[in-house]
Structures are given as C-alpha cells and as structure tokens.
Design a protein around this ligand. Structure first.
Ligand code: MN
Length: 197
C-alpha cells in the first residue's frame, strides 16, 4: 500500500483562534505532505505488505530508519487531525469521562499529567493518552515513535514538535497543550478508540 495525505476532518480555519489556518497550511499541507511523499519514495523499493496504515507502521518499525520515521509520522499526524474538533475541548463526555476519573483520579489530574508529559518531552515528539492492559496512562514518544508499536491502544495525541505550535504560541508549549485540551480535543474520537481497546 502507499501513503496518502488525508483531507483535514474540518475546514482549515475552523479551529481559529486556537489553531490558525496558517499553522494548518504548513503543518498539514507542507510537513505532513512531505512525510507522505518521502515515505512513498522509500516504500517503493521496500517490499512491505500491509492492508492498513496501522499494519504498515508495524512493518516499517522492523525496518527502522527513515522509512519508519516517515511512515510513523504519517500515522501520528492522521491520528492527530482526528483528535481535533471545532466543537471540542473541555471536560470529557461519554465512557472516557468515567475511565479518566477511575484511572487518574479526576479530569484535572489527567490534564496536569498530560500537559506535564508534553512539556517534559525533550525536543520533538508526541504526548499520548493510551490504553495499556485495560488502564489509561500518559505516554510520551520522541520524533516519529508511536505507542502502537509497543502494543498499546492510542486514545488521543498532541503533537509537540515546534511546527505544531510555533506560529500560534511561539515557545509557549504549555499554553498550546492547555489550549488543545480546553478548546480542541475531540472526545468523540477518544470514545471511539476506547471502545476498541
Ligand atoms: Mn507535526
């Protein structure tokens, strides 16, 4: 299979003022697209067999190097766009709300742990809410790494590469992460992922 750049699941200006159309122009149109183009170049001679993007990530992980970096970034970004919603943010709804209370103690404790995870990821990477062995936890990964390859089920992710927030928040990564949770996070998508865990 080859990689494709998915359409954003919202209008490019629908997340303003929290995430600008300018950020999405670069982040989706340039950065994500570059991973698709480079990944397909590298996949052309790799001989990997996969039916889904998730399977392709698992196969690419065995190869490592630039092939995994580009395939992993395609998976991570496609997942990230689905974590954003113009009607998102704030306290969770549905089954994920009770699960967060059970596993973190409260939504406020989850929020501080998620933001601390993203701030604590030195350099480029991602902060995730995952289900692991029936429990929710916060995981951070560097560069293109994903908890998928460690057998965990991704529930939510925030991109903490500087290209994700620098145009809107400059160096204020903590503010970007708080705004992601307060204004953008798509709890419906989190509930869909929880149902598969
Ligand atoms: Mn990114």
């Amino acid at each position: 299979m080859s990689l494709e750049l998915p359409d954003l699941p919202f209008a490019k200006d629908a997340l303003e003022p929290h995430m600008s159309a300018n950020t999405l122009d670069f982040h989706h149109g340039k950065h994500h697209n570059a991973y698709v183009v480079k990944g397909n170049e590298l996949l052309a001679d790799a001989g990997l067999s996969a039916d889904t993007l998730e399977e392709l990530v698992m196969e690419a992980k065995k190869v490592g190097g630039p092939l995994f970096n580009n395939v992993g970034q395609c998976y991570n970004h496609s997942f990230f766009w689905n974590c954003l919603s113009p009607n998102g943010g704030g306290a969770p709804t549905g089954d994920i709300a009770a699960k967060i209370d059970a596993d973190f103690g409260s939504y406020e404790k989850f929020k501080s742990e998620f933001v601390a995870g993203g701030v604590g990821q030195f350099g480029s990477g991602w902060v995730w809410l995952v289900a692991d062995g029936g429990k929710l936890k916060i995981v951070k990964t560097a560069n293109a790494e994903t908890p998928l390859t460690d057998g965990m089920t991704p529930i939510l992710v925030a991109d903490v590469w500087e290209h994700a927030y620098y145009l809107d928040f400059q160096n204020r990564r903590p503010d970007f992460l708080s705004s992601f949770l307060d204004n953008l996070v798509n709890w419906d998508f989190a509930n869909e992922n929880l149902a598969k865990a």
